[in-house]
Design a binder for this molecule. Structure first.
Ligand SMILES: [Zn+2]
Length: 272
């Protein structure tokens, strides 16, 4: 009786995909599928070396929790397969960041925002990445993905699109996966920025670097040093901010790399 119940539960579980806001659904397509669609977002499927079809469907952090349907589409647009998806509430916290006047008033460099938007749009069809990804630095997470940000008490209207890892200035930063360096630039707001295209929809970006160890166009392997931790751009202390994108949508790196949260800081000792 109990075994039967477990079997039914397992069968029901297999029917519905369960993901959290900010996660990626790794899709395996049925034969003939070329795209997958969910919630008006369409992503391509790519043929893998073993003959399977792989796609990455990002679930944006802003997706309302609830039930969705995921469709596998053929070349003619016909729906070949449908799966039910439950998007769970990630319960992203809120965080207030105190910025000094000079940092708060920083304006983007000419072309800064446009270049980053272009980077997120241009994706290589060749796959350079394999799992597991590696953490770019070893430090704990001081600010997780998805946090709703307030700057000096005012809602910034945006959320934290990557993770912050504690790391001393000058510490080497490593590529989370193999790929092509598409950006290695010093920007006003993002600071020293490296953007890597890992292919087939996956990209990473590394911010506030003090120095670069790669040039645009370089092909890197997983774990290669790409730059050094700094506090350039809109940053209040040396740390590494890095972000993961699936088809240009920011997603939570912790689904891909094991990262430990920092222990809560002890209250500052009272001055006498
Ligand atoms: Zn950050």
């Amino acid at each position: 009786m109990r075994l039967l119940f477990v079997l039914i539960a397992a069968a029901a579980w297999g029917q519905t995909l369960s993901v959290q806001q900010g996660e990626v659904i790794r899709l395996r397509g049925p034969a003939g599928a070329v795209q997958a669609r969910m919630n008006d977002q369409t992503v391509p499927l790519f043929a893998q070396e073993d003959g399977s079809l792989l796609g990455l469907m990002p679930v944006p952090a802003t997706t309302p929790p609830g039930n969705y349907s995921l469709e596998m589409l053929g070349a003619d647009g016909a729906v070949l397969q449908t799966r039910d998806v439950v998007v769970r509430d990630a319960r992203f916290p809120k965080q207030n960041i105190i910025l000094g006047k000079a940092v708060a008033e920083l304006k983007p460099s000419p072309g800064e925002m446009e270049s980053i938007a272009t980077f997120r749009k241009n994706l290589s069809k060749e796959r350079y990445w394999d799992e597991p990804l590696v953490a770019p630095v070893s430090g704990c997470i001081s600010s997780p993905f998805g946090v709703q940000r307030l700057y000096n008490g005012k809602p910034s209207g945006s959320y934290h699109t990557g993770v912050d890892q504690r790391s001393p200035a000058g510490h080497p930063v490593r590529a989370a996966a193999g790929g092509v360096v598409k950006m290695a630039r010093m920007w006003n707001v993002h600071g020293g920025t490296v953007g890597i295209d890992h292919g087939q929809g996956l990209q990473t970006i590394y911010l506030h670097l003090s120095k670069f160890a790669v040039k645009e166009g370089a092909v890197v392997k997983k774990g290669d040093v790409i730059g050094y931790v700094g506090s350039t751009g809109r940053s209040t202390a040396p740390h590494l901010h890095w972000g993961l994108y699936a088809h240009g949508v920011p997603v939570d790196p912790r689904q891909w790399v094991a990262l430990k949260p920092c222990p809560p800081r002890a209250p500052a000792p009272k001055k006498k």
